[in-house]
Design a protein around this ligand. Structure first.
Ligand code: AMP
Ligand code: ZN
Length: 505
C-alpha cells in the first residue's frame, strides 16, 4: 500500500473532503447504483460508471482489496424518481410488446457492451434486483412496524420516523418542494413506497406475494437490500449521479437507519455507507441525450460516427467528476486527438525499448482484489512525476491534473525509457485508457457509413505516392479527389502522422 499520500474523497453527506479510512482494514467495499435496464444507457449514464471505475481503480492502486458491486435494476423504478408515474420496465415492455424479462436482458447486454467498450473493470458482482425480492420482503418486514404504514396502493415509509431525513439532499426535500405528489393518503410528501401493490383488477408481468399483498418492491428498497446484503452495513462508499443525491439516496439512507435501528447520521455507520459520492452530470445543449425524448446520445452512436469509445472515456477524465461536463462533437474530436497523441507517445517508447510480450506481462493490470504489484523504486524524473500524479488522483480523483502529469512524463521521458514506460502504465492502471494495448490505427476516425475499405484507401494512396514521386501531380490530384468523393480526406504533412481520415459527418 502506498502510504506516502493519503486518499481524500468528497463525502456528499458531510459536504467535505475526508481521508479514506476503510471499515475493514485493507479492504474497500463500494456499491454503485446501476442502470434501470428499460432502455439503452446514454453517455451521461456511462459517465457515472467511468467515475465509479476510476474510484475503484484508485482504491486498487492504493493497495486496497476492492469489492465493487453494481446493481441492475430490472423492477420497480418509476418514470419519476419519487412515487408517481409508471413503472419504466412495464411501460417499455408494453410499448415493444415484449416480456419484461426479454427487455431487461436486451438492455443489460447493451449496457455491458458499453461497460466493456469504455474499459470499465468488471465489478466483483452485478446484483440483479429481481434476484433479491425475497430479501427485500424480509427487509420490509423488519422495518414495517416502526417506520411504515399501509395504504391501498402499498406500504409507505414515514420519513419522520428517522432523524435527519434528507440531510444528504441539496434541494429542499420535505413537503413537496420539487415533487409532484400523486399518491393519495401519504402522510408526508417525501414518504415513499417500500412495496407497491398491484391495483385490483390489474396483473403485472412482474409481481410477487408479500405480507402487503401482491405487488413489486419500491426502487429505493432494492439498493438498500442489495448493498447491505452483499457488502454488509456499514460498507465504505456508495456512488451514483447527483440526481440520486436528492431522492433515491436520502431514501436509501432512511431505510438503512430503520433497518440498522440507529439514530442520527453523526455516527457515520448509520447511513449504511460511510461515504456517499456523486458524479455531476454530462449535459448536452440540444437536450437530445434524454432517453424520454426519443433520440438520444448512446455510446454506439459515437462509435457509428467513427469515434473510438475510449475517446469518450478521456473526455470524461478531462473534467473533475464533481463538475458538470458539456458534451460536444468538437470536444469529443479533441479528446480523440489527445488520445492519439498519448498512444503515439507510448508507441514511441515501446519502439525504443523494443518491448516483447514477455516484458509486458509484468506490467499488466492487476485484477480486483489481488495483491498490488511490487512497488518499484523510481529514482529518476518519472518518480517525481509519479508523485505529482498520485497527489492529483488521491486528491478526490483529480483526473484532469493526473492526465497532464501523464503527458508531461511522455513528452520528457528522461533517459530511462523502460522506467518511463512502466510509470506510464502504472498511471494508466488508474486512468484506464488501455494505453498498454491500444494501437494507432484503431483510433482512426471511421464512420460506420463509410463504404470504402481501409485496404482500398491504402491502395489508392500507394498509387498517389508513386505519382508524386514521379512528379505526376495531375494523377496525384485526381486520386486525391477520388478519395474525397468517397469521404476520405488525405492529410499530407499531418503533425500526428495520419495519412488520411474519414469525414465524420
Ligand atoms: P438510471 O439508469 O437512470 O438509474 O441512471 C444510471 C446512472 O446514471 C445513475 O447513477 C444516474 O445518477 C446517472 N446519470 C443519469 N443521467 C446522467 C447524466 N446526464 N450525467 C451523468 N450521470 C447521469
Ligand atoms: Zn440505487
Amino acid at each position: 500500500m502506498t502510504e506516502a499520500q493519503p486518499l481524500r474523497l468528497f463525502n456528499s453527506l458531510t459536504r467535505q473532503l475526508e481521508p479514506f479510512e476503510p471499515v475493514h482494514p485493507g479492504e474497500a467495499r463500494v456499491y454503485s447504483c446501476g442502470p434501470t435496464v428499460y432502455n439503452y444507457p446514454h453517455i451521461g449514464n456511462m459517465r457515472a460508471y467511468v467515475f465509479a471505475d476510476v474510484l475503484g481503480r484508485t482504491l486498487s492502486y492504493k493497495g486496497y482489496s476492492l469489492t465493487h458491486v453494481i446493481n441492475i435494476t430490472d423492477v420497480g423504478h418509476l418514470t419519476d424518481d419519487a412515487d408517481s408515474g409508471e413503472d419504466k420496465m412495464e411501460k417499455m415492455a408494453a410499448q415493444q410488446a415484449q416480456s419484461i424479462w426479454d427487455i431487461a436482458e436486451h438492455y443489460k447486454q447493451a449496457y455491458w457492451a458499453d461497460v466493456r467498450a469504455l474499459n470499465i473493470r468488471q465489478p466483483a458482482q452485478w446484483t440483479v434486483a429481481t434476484d433479491f425480492v425475497p430479501a427485500m420482503i424480509e427487509f420490509g418486514k423488519r422495518i414495517a412496524e416502526k417506520h411504515c404504514y399501509e395504504l391501498d396502493s402499498g406500504l409507505y415509509f414515514d420519513v419522520t420516523t428517522v432523524p435527519d431525513y434528507g440531510r444528504l439532499a441539496r434541494a429542499q426535500t420535505d413537503e413537496g418542494e420539487g415533487r409532484i405528489e400523486q399518491v393519495e393518503g401519504k402522510r408526508h410528501a417525501a414518504d415513499f413506497a417500500i412495496w407497491r401493490k398491484t391495483p385490483p383488477g390489474e396483473t403485472r408481468q412482474m409481481e410477487w406475494d408479500s405480507p402487503w399483498g401482491k405487488g413489486a418492491p419500491g426502487w429505493h428498497l432494492e439498493c438498500s437490500v442489495m448493498s447491505g446484503q452483499v457488502l454488509g452495513f456499514p460498507f465504505d462508499i456508495h456512488t451514483g449521479g447527483i440526481d440520486h443525491r436528492e431522492i433515491h439516496h436520502p431514501n436509501e439512507i432512511a431505510q438503512n437507519q430503520a433497518f440498522c435501528c440507529t439514530n442520527g447520521l453523526d455516527d457515520p455507520a448509520n447511513s449504511g455507507a460511510r461515504l456517499w459520492m456523486h458524479n455531476n452530470f454530462l449535459v448536452e445543449r440540444t437536450g437530445k441525450m434524454s432517453k424520454s425524448s426519443g433520440e438520444f446520445l448512446r455510446l454506439q452512436l459515437l462509435i457509428d460516427k467513427g469515434y473510438h469509445p475510449l475517446a469518450y472515456r478521456l473526455l470524461c477524465l478531462q473534467a473533475h467528476y464533481r463538475s458538470e461536463l458539456e458534451f460536444s462533437w468538437e470536444g469529443l474530436t479533441a479528446a480523440l486527438t489527445r488520445l492519439k497523441r498519448l498512444v503515439m507517445a507510448v508507441e514511441t517508447l515501446k519502439r525504443r525499448i523494443e518491448i516483447t510480450p514477455e516484458s509486458l506481462r509484468g506490467l499488466e493490470f492487476r485484477e480486483q482484489g489481488s495483491k498490488p504489484a511490487k512497488q518499484v523504486a523510481l529514482p529518476e524524473r518519472p518518480h517525481t512525476i509519479m508523485e505529482a500524479f498520485e497527489a492529483a488522483i488521491f486528491d478526490d480523483l483529480g483526473t484532469p491534473a493526473a492526465l497532464t502529469h501523464l503527458e508531461m512524463l511522455l513528452s520528457k521521458p528522461g533517459k530511462n525509457w523502460e522506467l518511463a514506460l512502466e510509470t506510464a502504465y502504472r498511471m494508466d492502471e488508474v486512468l484506464g485508457l488501455d494505453l498498454l494495448t491500444l494501437e494507432r490505427p484503431a483510433l482512426r476516425l471511421r464512420p460506420k457509413s463509410a463504404e470504402i475499405t481501409e485496404s482500398e484507401i491504402e491502395a489508392i494512396l500507394a498509387q498517389r505516392r508513386l505519382a508524386r514521386a514521379e512528379k505526376d501531380f495531375a494523377t496525384s490530384d485526381r486520386l486525391r479527389d477520388q478519395l474525397a468523393a468517397q469521404g476520405v480526406e488525405v492529410m499530407d504533412g499531418d503533425p500526428l502522422g495520419w495519412d488520411w481520415k474519414l469525414d465524420a459527418s
